[in-house]
Design a protein around this ligand. Sequence first.
Ligand SMILES: Cc1cc2nc3c(=O)[nH]c(=O)nc-3n(C[C@H](O)[C@H](O)[C@H](O)COP(=O)(O)O)c2cc1C
Length: 361
Amino acid sequence: MNKNFWNELAAQGPIVALAPMDGYCDSAFRQVNKTIAPNMIPFSEFYSADGLVHSKDLAKRVLPHADIEKPLIIQIFGKDPEKFRQAAILIESYGVSGIDINMGCPAKKVVKSGHGSSLMINRDTAFKIVEEMAKAVKIPISVKTRLGWENHDLLVEFCKGLENAGANLITVHGRTYKQAFTGKADFTGIYNLKQHLNIPVIANGDVMDYDDGAKKIIHPSNRNQIIYPDDTPLLGLGGSMKNLDGFMIGRASFGNPWCFLPGSYCPTLEEILVTMELHARLLIDTKGPKWALEIRKHLVQYLRGFPGVKLYRTRLVHTETLDDVFGVTADIRREHANLLTMPLEKSTEAAFTEAWDQCNG
Ligand SMILES: Cc1cc2nc3c(=O)[nH]c(=O)nc-3n(C[C@H](O)[C@H](O)[C@H](O)COP(=O)(O)O)c2cc1C
């Protein structure tokens, strides 16, 4: 993979990415999403740069990945440019396609340690980190950040600094540090940012699915150039402002890998059950049986929108083994045979509300 990776991808159409999410974006989750949406670019959950450098065990546990995950982007956090440099060399040796730096996490303990969002205000350190990493490896370096600390006044200046330091892509979550995860994501500052950068810019925040993202990345002043009868602007055509290069989906992907497909794809109950089984099997295969309990939070999300979910939710949150999971899916098949081939509308709102509670930052 070369430094032009993101430019080449952006030239082919909107970049569609899985947002990095701690406690979710492990190898199993990424594989499930890539099985359903092969063109999507998966970002890992964040890992400590220091941790990777100092603990061989951590690196061996989280950096190996399956071919289906490629092109995989590993996200790291920290504050010491030298640790980032060493971590970058280590990560590159595992054959990943890019490294993303977390400059947006607002969790108290992360910011207090000088990591995540605090790099938006410790700019020289932020630039030095990018510079050191960009020099050290051949794979592209990207940054995921927020609109700013309190507003988006300094976003352009900050991201220009990152670009000059060698960043090949910027992702912006349309909220400030102060907002954390409250309010609605606002892309206004991100559209403006795109006019000032030469590298691709991806927007993130409250994107529900592919179609929603594809609409939202069009600069507002380009939107009324060519309109389909259903109000859909013709992607990338008309208007003189630069459109964004892609979008990243986080919470809406919980239990819904179909969100990355164009056309608001509605899976059938049988497709959902097969995917739940695949997810559970992959989790055990990649992490081992002692991690089996982690599957519970994923499984309940797959059945969002299913009328009988309450009945099975209690059983799903008590599963301990693969056999338990297959026991529940077998019962759903038997007890709802008439629904198996019916498409199931997934409610993204629920995913947003539930994930909010789980996320510290
Ligand atoms: C459970 C959870 C864990 C997250 N972990 C990370 C992380 O490790 N790195 C990161 O950059 N952002 C993290 N985020 C933020 C998401 O990547 C994303 O910016 C945010 O959820 C908004 O996007 P969405 O509305 O599509 O979910 C996390 C969010 C959630 C809900």
